[in-house]
Design a protein around this ligand. Structure first.
Ligand code: FUC
Length: 806
């Protein structure tokens, strides 16, 4: 009897295994078909007209170093570009202001704290404003920015390629951007003559490539225009070289392009003329003397960098550059695919498609496209060794861009990088981590000067020059929490990647010092709970005796340090960090059941402010979750409802992430659609802080307004949050799946702990999940109220279906 049942069990097991295997194959086949379909259809932005407007219509391409916007004009192509390290202002521009620090600021701390304890918040606010904000930037006569010697990210200029034919009427006009290949294209016909332009950024060689072709020989004139100062200009061996500098700080740069053409080339007075050419290829490189290193930020051999890149690229030639680019790009982009079953309005040009979508046309393909666009933009703008993305990524056409196109660290910079790890682009996170590392030495000085603490701080606005001081004005400038928030990224890069050498050498020292600031700065309130005093909830209210966001950020860095210290073996720091963490004033529920923004219970239920800072603990933090702290999660929801949905671009995207964490997929999708809606409304240009005019432009770049890339990135991260979450330690599958996404598949998402997941769902239910772990050990997978523990062996493929969960 026993033998019979053993044989039976073995047989059943075999049958089950075979069945599973077959299912897995079917699953893989489905995914392959899905990815193939995705590549062929929903990966293109395309238009039937040239772009008129840089912000709304021109299309972005990039190689990490350079961001170019192309317009596709018929008679003249405009290639506007900027290089990430070109900045006005900074050290040397005016040594008196250097870094904005005020060495005596900390001397007022005790008085401010006493006033706060006595309930005199207005007086405390006035004192902070007078003594504890940084030195305002100095404006020089003729200064071209609003930011004086704080500086601003700079455009490098425009390459104009004028065609031999005029702006004549054309047929078959098409301007497109294929985000699965990172290729920009413009094509049209004049009579029987065909014209094709192909543009792309090649990261491995560090060049931009612009190719113009025509079916019959054509004439061209190429000119470079820049608002920067010229030092010299030359044309030798078909290489145009421009050397120049930024007027207000003399920052030097070189921009050069190598010309390859079958036509006859002439150069005169800065203009290159080509006749009888069936093709013209411009291979462009640019570099500056910038070095991301405190205190000089200078000294790079930019001429050598440009020469090396152009020599290599010229030697390779166009075809090899294209092939290298395609391999390099697809190695990153193809890691993740998203397919949602349903309609895909691919027959409409993107601007019309966006309008139709806004008017209610079902178009899940468009929703998948917008998700992948964020990944495209990140791969184009942030690669190892390049500058981190700024408010506009790498695309900037101005010497005086909005908010200096800098690194704002009270939400924006962090949001730009939210999709990096989860959407499998960990390498693209590296420029941010390098930047954070570079902020530690100047940040120590600011911690000393303003707060008399150990550790390092950064505040609201930061630039390429190590500006870490409290910024020069209230209500926006005081936010030392920026540093520990950045340190969350440093930790998460480890959490996802599990690289211990990186944790020891890079992450842990940065994190520990960010935590040390809080250990010193937190101070007991009347009841002995540790609070941040004085503090400022980002750009909202006044000086407080405890902004909740500060407490949550302090909790986050200390909590992450406890985990990191255990891996490293720094037990004594793990113990003291845990002890301090547990004394911090926890999130408070206020008089209308809201999650308090401040220690003082003064939230206004009618307040619609765009910063929802008190919800940091819900996202991107992990102190609050519906699973572990349901009462606090409910309070977070009350606050979120009160704020309403309408908001600036990035705020819409943040709300999408909040709703995902609250497991409300339908609400998250509603916010996603608001991010994607055509921008315009009342304020279609200029700056709106209320959300008037938010959405996305026809080129699908997000509108604050004006254009700010954080909204794109926050939304891409939001989609990932809807489909997979791992912040609580459980791998939560489809935590916020909206009703409209009935069936679909996402492949290649990453989870904390080092996992790669493909998730397939059907009729609103999990169908199958494929998981591969980077390391050995047990992990719980959760789906709705079911779960399954798996004991992972690294590299092995685990396929689970709904039935495996109980
Ligand atoms: C913060 C936000 C603004 C804007 C700016 C760049 O100051 O409050 O809305 O996004 O950053």
């Amino acid at each position: 009897m026993l033998a019979v049942s053993v044989i039976y069990a073995v047989k059943t097991k075999r049958i089950m295994m075979r069945l599973r295997f077959t299912l897995s194959l079917l699953f893989l086949l489905f995914i392959t078909l899905v990815s193939a379909r995705v590549r062929n259809s929903d990966t293109e932005l395309w238009y039937t007209k040239p772009a008129q407007d840089w912000m709304r219509e021109a299309l972005p391409i990039g190689n990490g170093y350079i961001g170019t916007m192309f317009f596709g004009g018929v008679g003249r192509e405009q290639l506007q570009f900027s290089e990430g390290s070109l900045w006005s202002g900074g050290p040397g521009a005016n040594s008196a202001y250097r870094f904005g620090n005020r060495p005596d600021a900390w001397k007022h701390l005790v008085e401010v704290r006493n006033l706060i304890k006595q309930g005199h918040l207005k007086e405390a606010h006035a004192l902070v404003e007078k003594y504890m904000t940084g030195v305002a930037p100095v404006k020089q006569p003729g200064d071209r920015t609003d930011w004086g010697d704080y500086g601003a990210q700079q455009t490098m200029g425009d390459l104009f390629v004028t065609m031999g034919h005029d702006d004549v009427p054309v047929t078959q006009y098409r301007r497109s951007l294929d985000i699965s290949k990172a290729l920009g294209k413009v094509s049209y016909a004049i009579g029987k003559h065909r014209y094709v332009r192909t543009f792309f950024g090649n990261y491995p060689t560090g060049v931009m490539v612009y190719r113009f072709e025509s079916s019959t020989p054509e004439q061209y004139e190429i000119g470079f225009q820049t608002p920067q100062q010229k030092s010299s200009e030359s044309f030798e061996n078909n290489r145009y070289t421009f050397k120049g500098y930024v007027p207000n700080n003399k920052q030097a740069f070189e921009m050069a392009y190598q010309l390859i053409s079958d036509g006859e080339v002439n150069y005169q007075h800065g203009k290159v003329k080509i006749v009888g050419a069936k093709f013209v290829v411009l291979i462009q490189a640019a570099a500056t003397d910038y070095v991301m290193e405190y205190p000089s930020y200078k000294g790079a051999d930019y001429h050598a960098a440009v020469t090396k890149r152009l020599d290599r690229a010229t030697h390779m030639g166009y075809r090899a550059l294209l092939k290298q680019h395609e391999q390099d790009y697809s190695a990153l982009f193809d890691r993740v695919s998203l397919k949602i079953a349903g309609k895909s309005n691919i027959s409409l040009p993107t601007d019309e498609r966006q309008q139709a979508f806004f008017k209610g046309a079902a178009d899940v393909g468009f929703e998948a496209l917008y998700f992948q666009y964020g990944r495209y933009l990140m791969i184009s703008a942030s690669r190892p060794g390049t500058m981190p993305m700024h408010l506009q990524g790498k695309w900037n056409n101005s010497v005086n861009p909005p908010w200096a196109a800098d690194y704002h660290t009270n939400i924006n910079e962090q949001m730009l990088y939210w999709p990096a790890e989860v959407t499998n682009l960990a390498e693209c996170h590296e420029p941010l981590i390098d930047y954070i590392k570079s902020l530690v030495p100047p940040g120590r000085m600011s911690a000393q000067d303003f707060f008399h603490t150990r550790g390092w701080v950064v505040n609201t606005m930061n630039n390429a020059w190590g500006y870490t001081a409290v910024n020069w004005g209230l209500p926006w400038g005081f936010f030392p929490g920026g540093a520990a928030w950045l340190a969350q990224h440093v930790w998460e890069h480890y959490e996802y990647g599990q690289d211990k050498a990186y944790l020891m050498q890079t992450a842990y020292p940065i994190m520990k010092e960010a935590a040390q600031f809080w250990i010193d700065y937190l101070t007991p309130d009347e009841q002995g709970r540790l609070v941040s005093s004085p503090s400022y909830s980002p750009e909202h209210g006044g000086i407080s005796g405890g902004a909740s966001m500060d407490h949550q950020i302090a909790w986050d860095i200390l909590n992450n340090c406890v985990q990191a210290a255990k891996v490293i073996g720094d037990q004594s720091f793990a113990d003291s960090a845990a002890w301090i963490r547990d004394q911090i004033l926890p999130p408070q529920i206020g008089k209308w059941r809201q999650l308090q923004e401040w220690k003082e219970d003064v939230d206004d239920p009618n307040d619609k402010h765009r910063h929802v800072s008190q919800l940091f603990a819900l996202h991107p933090g992990r102190q609050i979750s519906p699973l572990e702290t349901p009462a606090l999660a409910k309070a977070a929801q009350v606050s979120l409802e009160a704020r309403g949905d309408e908001a600036t671009g990035w705020s819409l995207a943040w709300k999408m992430n909040f709703w995902s964490r609250l497991k409300d997929g339908n609400r998250a999708l509603k916010l996603y659609k608001m991010v994607m809606k055509p921008a315009g409304g009342g304020v279609s240009s200029g700056t709106s802080y209320t959300g008037d005019g938010s959405g996305s432009y026809a080129n699908l770049l997000d509108a604050h307004p004006p254009f700010q890339l954080d909204g794109n990135m926050g939304a891409t991260a939001g989609v990932a949050e809807m489909l997979l979450q791992s912040q609580t330690g459980t791998l939560e599958l489809l935590p916020a799946l909206p009703d409209d996404w009935k069936s679909g598949a996402i492949t290649g998402l990453r989870a904390r702990g080092g996992y790669t997941l493909d998730i397939l769902w059907e009729k609103g239910q999990l169908k199958q999940v494929k998981v591969v772990a980077d390391k050995k050990g047990k992990k719980i997978l959760g789906y709705q109220d079911k779960s399954k523990e798996v004991d992972f062996v690294p590299g092995k493929v685990y396929m689970l279906s709904l039935q495996d969960f109980s």
